[in-house]
Write a protein that binds this ligand. Sequence first.
Ligand code: UDP
Ligand code: MG
Length: 310
Amino acid sequence: MNITYSIIAPIFNEIDNLPELYRRIKEVMDGSGETWELILVDDGSTDGSTERIRELAQADKSVRPVIFARNFGHQVAITAGWDFARGDAIIIIDADLQDPPEVILDLAEKWKEGYEVVYAVRGEREGESWFKLWTASLFYRLIYRITDVKIPVDTGDFRLMDRKVVDVLKQMKERHRFPRGMSAWVGFKQVGVTYKRAARLAGVTKYPFKKMIRLAINAITGFSYFPLQVATYFGFFSAGISILAIPVVIYMRMTGSGAFFGQATTLIAVLFLGGVQLISLGVLGEYIGRLYDEAKGRPLYIVREAPEEK
Ligand code: UDP
Ligand code: MG
């Protein structure tokens, strides 16, 4: 069967959102008059979402479950969705209904105009704390500035991509992934559509601060060498200062006014530079750790149950 739309929703403990997610997607997609499938990727849920997904799939053949052996993370769940999607257009959507399924039709309209990546830009956002809004805004702007790819700001993973784009993304096997960066990196004809991001229907966010930091580090290391270069810049800067300081110190010594260069100054300089060196080592470590992960070449995810046909 030829399928027009594949909708991918990563699920991590979203039991109370699943029925409504299915209901709204079905309503919208049936209304489109085209064929569709809903790929529910269970990312190691422990709250019974898995059972609920199986039930949905049993009742409706348009629902295709991909069930992970454990939690592999949101980004990897999206990737598994790409692997199993059969449609001509592939849509990624959050399962908590923060991304209204109705917006899919707006994205599809742009796709029909010939755009190959249609990303949904968060205009207003409802029901999120000022801390989340502030850190998210900072995150998008930081990534925009220091990565080499122009990743659109205020844009999450909610987007529609043409089959040819997803076929390219499937060849990108990197482990620490940042799908929205990857989909900007590939090029093609891209356009944004602004929407109003709703509040979470039920449950709590699965992105605590720690996971947000990890995502930010993945985005930065995946698309930029900037952190590595900072060490170089800083090295030149402090070497420059010390070269300038040498004649000053000699002059002070000779004129006998160098008394203020005491132990405290030395201690501060040593501790400061020691700190900078350790941080630079840590940055190196982040990149080397990632290299090591790539070298091991383990599978990106392990499925317990998946549809036969990829
Ligand atoms: N998610 C996932 N695996 C994880 C964390 C999150 O599949 O380890 C899913 C989650 O179920 C939801 C989507 O990713 O469908 C976005 O997560 P969430 O709504 O918690 O993030 P937020 O909107 O708060 O940034
Ligand atoms: Mg959410």
